[in-house]
Design a protein around this ligand. Structure first.
Ligand SMILES: [Zn+2]
Length: 204
C-alpha cells in the first residue's frame, strides 16, 4: 500500500464525507496529469509508442534475453499466423511453440501466444518470443509490435480521453457561481401556502 491517499484514509476514521472531499481533488490531479502525459505531442511521442510501463517492460525483456542459448527449429505460416518452434540448446526435448499473428491486431500489436504459458499469465512477451524477434526469424516483427496492445500509447489515450475533464471543484460556492437559476423551482409548491379553504364540513 502506498501513501498517496494517506490523508484520505486518516479522515475516514472520523468523517467519510470529509475524506471524500479530500480525495476528489487528489484523484482529479492524477487524472489530469495522466491525460497530459498520454496526449503529449512532441519528440517524446514519436520515440515512445508505448506507455511508460510498456517502454520499461520492453527494455527489460529485451535486455535480459540471450539469443545464444536458443535454437529456433523452423518457422511455418498459416493464413493468419507465423508459428515458430524454439528450444534451449541445453534442453532440446523441451520445445515451445510461439504463435504470432501475421497482421497487426489492436493498435498494430502482434503479441501472440507461447506454449510456455508465460505471456498469457503475465501479459508480457516471454523469453522465447523475444528471442524470435531478436534474431529476426519472423519478417517485419519488431520489438514494439511484439508488445501487447494494453501497453501501447493508443490504449493509454483511450483510458484518459482528452475531451473529458474530471471536475473536483464541487463546493456549494462554485455551484452557486456556475449554475443558472431555475425560476420554476420552489421550496414549497404554491398550493401549500396560506388562504386555503380547508376540508368542507359534512353538513354544508
Ligand atoms: Zn514462451
Amino acid at each position: 500500500m502506498n501513501w498517496a491517499n494517506d490523508c484520505v484514509r486518516r479522515r475516514t476514521a472520523t468523517d467519510a464525507l470529509n475524506a471524500a472531499l479530500c480525495w476528489l481533488p487528489k484523484e482529479t490531479e492524477r487524472y489530469e496529469q495522466s491525460k497530459l502525459d498520454a496526449w503529449k505531442k512532441n519528440r517524446f511521442r514519436i520515440e515512445k509508442p508505448l506507455s511508460p510501463r510498456g517502454m520499461s517492460v520492453m527494455k527489460d525483456v529485451f535486455e535480459h534475453c540471450d539469443t545464444a542459448i536458443y535454437w529456433i527449429n523452423n518457422v511455418t505460416k498459416t493464413d493468419t499466423h507465423h508459428i515458430a518452434k524454439i528450444h534451449k540448446h541445453s534442453t532440446p526435448h523441451r520445445e515451445y511453440v510461439v504463435t504470432v499473428p501475421k497482421e497487426g491486431q489492436i493498435h498494430g500489436s502482434r503479441f501472440g501466444t507461447c506454449t510456455c504459458g508465460f505471456p498469457r499469465k503475465e501479459g508480457i512477451p516471454c523469453d522465447h518470443m523475444v528471442a524470435i524477434v531478436k534474431v529476426g526469424a519472423i519478417p517485419m516483427l519488431n520489438r514494439v509490435s511484439i508488445m501487447p496492445y494494453w501497453m501501447t500509447r493508443e490504449q493509454w489515450q483511450l483510458q484518459f480521453p482528452s475531451g473529458i475533464t474530471c471536475a473536483s471543484d464541487i463546493t456549494l460556492a462554485t455551484l452557486k457561481k456556475n449554475s443558472a437559476k431555475a425560476d420554476h423551482l420552489r421550496y414549497c409548491p404554491e398550493w401549500t401556502v396560506g388562504c386555503k379553504k380547508g376540508r368542507p364540513k359534512k353538513d354544508k
